[in-house]
Design a protein around this ligand. Structure first.
Ligand code: RTP
Ligand code: MG
Length: 140
């Protein structure tokens, strides 16, 4: 399996509860290397553009409000099969369905406020990384 990079976001519900370190430990324990990271506060418009693929979904407005409700930590994770590995460590979208030991099982508050985002495919990972980071900011 090839070395990949994926875009991760520690969402406002998690930064608010000081969970960044605990979440990063889960990534590192799974063999994912944090090759770029920054704390930012998205505007609703910036969140809306990021989640544009969900624009027609009923939860879109609530999701954009939530993502702009406090700081997030955006980061690039690198490793063998990083995209799938990250999603495995994150757990299912709804914490009621997340496997024990996953980030969402341990920390998510609801299906909406679910602590982390991870890219879902190589194309989206590439686009999402470039939405937040310049090439020079990625230190492998
Ligand atoms: P993400 O994109 O954030 O990594 O999460 P995901 O792939 O597991 O889930 P996705 O279907 O892409 O949904 C994006 C985010 O929208 C919120 N959501 N709310 N209220 C709801 O029913 C609902 N469904 C999804 C979650 O924050 C989800 O992570
Ligand atoms: Mg998704």
């Amino acid at each position: 399996m090839a070395t990949e990079r994926t875009l991760s976001i520690i969402k406002p519900d998690a930064t608010k509860r000081n969970l960044t370190g605990k979440i990063n430990a889960k990534f590192e324990d799974a063999g994912l290397r944090i090759v770029a990271q920054k704390r930012i506060h998205l505007t609703k418009a910036q969140a809306g553009k990021f989640y544009e693929v969900h624009a027609s979904r009923p939860f879109y407005d609530e999701l954009c409000e939530f993502m702009a409700s406090g700081p997030v930590v955006v980061q690039v994770l690198e490793g063998e099969g990083a995209i799938a590995k990250n999603r495995e460590v994150m757990g299912a979208t709804n914490p009621k369905d997340s496997a024990a030991g996953t980030i969402r099982a341990e920390f998510a508050e609801s299906v909406g406020e679910n602590s982390v985002h991870g890219s879902d495919a190589p194309e989206t990972a590439k686009d999402e990384i470039s939405y937040f980071f310049a090439g020079m900011e990625l230190v492998g």
